[in-house]
Design a protein around this ligand. Structure first.
Ligand code: URA
Length: 425
């Protein structure tokens, strides 16, 4: 087998054989295929696609590149969720303890932000003392004692995906449905969860800009999960505007704690409950009532136990950025657009995200929205506050917001978009 013939097969729109796929994933993981060769293959896959059987084999090869975890010793059914990434998407923070409070075990392996989408681990690291890296034994301990754990995937889990994802990120080959589906599902299947709910984001702030592409991605992932014995369901959810009122690490933790305390923005609560119901249903816990667990404080109790078990102080003050800049409405009217991509890029420029993996994020940086689509505003009213430790970035962030916030005529009618756009099982 040689890598050039594998690249040529896909370049010429052929099907990769099982042997080609197994060989190239194994050889790349071991360093026998060079990054430039794998990037040529990734680009050929992006341009020419893969059929379902190729995607299934590619996913299996990535799972087999590393270890598989096993939570079958736990007395509770396991349930996990994965979001394809968005702006202000802090849902994992209230969701994992909420679902645990309702009786499931939630092993939530999460990632860091790259580009305009935030990462759950970066958000949680704004809690003083909290540790993202756990050994497998520590992960099992937190899961047993708190019911939920949110941590980084260890190096042993799908190492082929770790290498390939980093390569795709710098070669313009992230947005390929076969590569996204196999990347996400290889990690989730190797993690050993019994059931999985996928939150596939659609809109300007998501990888998938159209419902059609999002449906294709969702049904590919649901098929992969089901074939591997994981009960998998996907919700397609709106990412045309940020979720909630905050984008940025500590700002989002604060908002998540509000949700766990029974408050928080309506869209965050609605999506948290919709995903919780799906997870509990997939885990066979159909009688559980997540709305009650939010209201009676039991989800908050799990949150506090989970944060403390990972070294964090749930009562500690969260970091606050040194400088703020308020953007005011220039006219009166109804807010028509707060564009997720524009807000995500602006938050990233303020320091909330990283451009390269080794960059350090500013924990207090980000954007706080004071108005969302459908709200009426008067000229001079604050629309948003920008937070950063590096005020020289304000102009750069404001440039990203240019055209991303639109205020229409006073009294203009506004048709709110539903958050959950479709369900694929
Ligand atoms: N998240 C992943 O884990 N992989 C992708 O390819 C895209 C989003």
């Amino acid at each position: 087998m040689d890598v050039i013939s594998v690249i040529r097969t896909k370049r010429d729109r052929g099907r990769l054989s099982d042997e080609q796929i197994d060989w190239v994933i194994d050889a790349y993981t071991r360093g026998h295929v060079a990054d430039e060769q794998m990037s040529a293959l990734a680009m050929a896959i992006l341009l020419n696609g893969m059929d379902r059987a190729e995607i299934a084999r590619w996913t299996a090869a990535m799972i087999n590149s590393g270890e598989r975890m096993d939570f079958s010793s736990l007395p509770r059914p396991t349930a996990d969720k994965h979001s394809t990434g968005g702006v202000g998407d802090k849902i994992t923070l209230p969701l994992a303890p909420l679902v645990a409070a309702c009786g499931a075990a939630v092993p939530q392996l999460s990632g860091r932000g790259l580009g305009h989408t935030g990462g759950t681990l970066d958000k949680l690291e704004s809690i003083p003392g909290w540790r993202a890296s756990l050994t497998n034994a520590e992960m099992l301990d937190v899961l047993s004692s708190a019911g939920a754990v949110i941590c980084a995937a260890g190096d042993g889990l799908a190492p082929a995906d770790k290498k390939l994802y980093a390569l795709r990120d710098v070669t313009g080959t992230v947005e390929a449905i076969p590569l996204i589906a196999s990347s996400i599902m290889s990690k989730k299947i190797a993690e050993g969860t019994g059931s999985l709910v996928l939150d596939v984001k659609v809109g300007s702030g998501a990888f998938m800009k159209t419902l059609e592409d999002a449906r294709e991605l969702a049904s590919t992932m649901v098929g992969l999960g089901t074939d591997h014995g994981v009960r998998t369901v996907a919700l397609l959810t709106d990412m045309s505007t940020p979720l909630g009122l905050t984008a940025g690490n500590a700002l989002e933790v604060r908002e998540s704690v509000e949700v766990l305390a029974g408050g928080g923005p309506a869209d965050v609560v609605e999506l948290t409950l919709a995903l919780a119901r799906e997870m509990l249903d997939a885990a066979g816990l159909r009688d559980a009532d997540p709305a009650k667990a939010l209201a009676d404080g039991s989800a908050m109790d799990v949150w506090r136990r989970m944060i403390a078990a990972q070294g964090g102080d749930p009562d500690a003050e969260l970091p606050v950025a040194r400088e703020q800049h308020v953007v005011h409405a220039s006219t009166s009217g109804v807010v028509e657009v707060v564009d997720a991509y524009a807000v995500g890029i602006a938050a990233w420029r303020l320091g909330a995200g990283r451009a390269r993996k080794e960059d350090v994020v500013q924990l207090g940086a980000g954007i706080e929205l004071h108005a969302k689509p459908g709200d009426s505003v008067v000229a001079g009213q604050p629309l948003m506050t920008l937070h950063t430790d590096t005020p020289e970035k304000f102009a750069y962030a404001l440039a990203a917001l240019d055209g991303g916030v639109l205020v229409g005529a006073p009294g203009a009618s506004f048709e709110p978009k539903p958050i959950v756009l479709d369900r694929i099982a």
